[in-house]
Design a protein around this ligand. Structure first.
Ligand SMILES: NC(=O)c1ccc[n+]([C@@H]2O[C@H](COP(=O)([O-])OP(=O)(O)OC[C@H]3O[C@@H](n4cnc5c(N)ncnc54)[C@H](OP(=O)(O)O)[C@@H]3O)[C@@H](O)[C@H]2O)c1
Length: 317
């Protein structure tokens, strides 16, 4: 069968032949892949830099997708760490890590939205004490996951939502109550972010690196009630893998730093959220830009790192 195949870390995949395994476990099924999202996590899987990387080559990238089973059912699946990912005409899913999609589901939209939407959905449902009316700051709100985090927070009952990211023009129209552009003069940005977010309950952080240090330094000293919990959820690290955490921030307020991702949330917990999330995606509770690309063009799609829309590979499209 045809698949996107990575033969060297650092080089993107090429469309070529790849063999399905010869034997399967009792819960495994072969599916025809209909749509597979090219998420940042897929890029880090394919260049060997993700913390779950197995370092085994050749490999087919793709961590999730929509597939058709032998009986014609469309299922959304998440894959274990495997060398046979979802960017192939067929892949092998564990039926227990998949759900049947609701009638009318658009496979490309589902494949585009589930991974970025899950990042905030799981963080809010599984990593914090989610109470209606919570005030939420999204750090890194212009990416697919950040844009969806604003919408997911609303659907899950957040009160005020503040969006921080680069590009005032891109922040406008995302549906937040207030926006803070992070790419201005640093002192002015800190003042604006600190004032806007000083009373938030939860931060969904896709940035890490310097913006996290600066955000903590701006927000913590401005809080009016130091006994009120501030839960800072580490989700992505597009601005840097490490952040300097000011020690005073941890002493001065009831700051809790937690992470949300594969490992800190178990596969069982993630799977338990899939039906509700897929139902929300299918009922168009969220807006996401998606661009379908045939498998044969995976090499060119991979080279496009500037697309605001989520690229979705469609092996059987
Ligand atoms: N833990 C989880 O469960 C989970 C799940 C899904 C995703 N994630 C992670 O979340 C992150 C975002 O994913 P995504 O799907 O939204 O990616 P994406 O669609 O590629 O968006 C990335 C965004 O980050 C912005 N950005 C990059 N560097 C920045 C900086 N220094 N300051 C401010 N903004 C910056 C980019 O804005 P510009 O256009 O200005 O460059 C872009 O809007 C990734 O690290 C991903 O791995 C985590």
């Amino acid at each position: 069968m045809k698949a996107a195949v990575v033969t060297a870390f650092g080089a993107g995949p090429r469309c070529r032949e790849f063999a399905l395994p010869g034997s399967f476990g009792p819960d495994e099924r072969v599916v025809d892949v209909v749509a597979a999202g090219l998420h940042p996590r897929v890029r880090s899987q394919a260049d060997g830099s993700h913390y779950t990387s197995t370092d085994v080559l050749p490999m087919v990238p793709g961590i999730d997708g929509v597939g058709r089973t032998a009986d014609g059912t469309l299922r959304y699946f998440i894959l274990p760490d495997t060398t046979l990912g979802s960017m192939a005409e067929q892949t092998v899913i564990d039926i227990r890590r998949s759900i049947e999609l609701p009638a009318g589901a658009d496979p490309v939209q589902v494949a585009a939205a589930m991974n970025p939407a899950m990042s905030s959905w799981i963080a809010l449902r599984r990593r914090i004490d989610l109470r209606p009316g919570l005030s939420v700051l999204v750090m890194g709100a212009t990416g697919n996951a950040g844009r969806l985090a604003i919408q997911v927070a609303r659907v899950l009952g957040a009160g005020r939502v503040i969006a921080a990211g680069r590009g005032a023009d891109r922040l406008a129209g995302l549906g937040a109550d207030q926006v803070v552009a992070l790419d201005g003069e640093p002192r002015a940005v800190q003042g604006e972010l600190g004032e806007a977010a000083k009373e938030v309950d939860v931060v969904l952080d896709y940035l890490w690196g310097q913006p996290t240090h600066d955000g903590l330094s701006a927000i913590v000293p401005r809080r009016s009630d130091d006994s009120r919990p501030l839960t800072w959820v580490q989700i992505g690290s597009v601005a840097g893998p490490e952040a300097a955490i000011p020690s005073a921030a941890l002493r001065a307020t009831r700051l809790q730093l937690v992470g949300s991702g594969q490992g800190s949330v178990s596969t069982r917990e993630i799977v338990a959220e899939l039906v509700e999330l897929a139902t929300a995606v299918t009922s168009q509770a969220f807006t996401i830009g998606a661009r379908a690309v045939p498998l044969i063009d995976v090499e060119q799609a991979w080279a496009d790192t500037t697309s605001a829309d989520r690229i979705v590979i469609t092996p059987n499209g």
